[in-house]
Design a protein around this ligand. Structure first.
Ligand SMILES: [Zn+2]
Length: 92
């Protein structure tokens, strides 16, 4: 199953380059870490929603310093919180 981003208005999918050709990576929700998971969901403004283990956020929602680069692979730091989201003002 191709990975896709759980953020509304974000159309990034696995295997597709983003507009500016940046590499998109997908990261699972920190389901084991309730405190951090809550911060992710609050930032996503999804209310009482609970993600499943099959849902991911794409790398577009994290700032550069959320990543560790090792051997050419970007790892999400285990303290990272997504902060970059498209404007939801037009969505009711
Ligand atoms: Zn996304």
């Amino acid at each position: 199953m191709p990975r896709y981003c759980a953020v509304k208005l974000c159309n990034n999918r696995g295997g597709m380059p983003s507009k500016d050709n940046k590499r998109i990576s997908f990261y699972p929700f920190p389901l084991q870490d309730k405190t951090r998971l809550k911060k992710w969901i609050v930032n996503m403004k999804r209310g009482e929603w609970t993600p499943s283990r099959h849902q991911y956020l794409c790398s577009e929602h994290f700032t550069e310093d959320s990543f560790d680069l090792r051997w050419g692979i970007r790892y999400l730091k285990h303290t990272a919180i997504p902060t970059i989201f498209p404007c939801l003002c037009d969505v009711s």
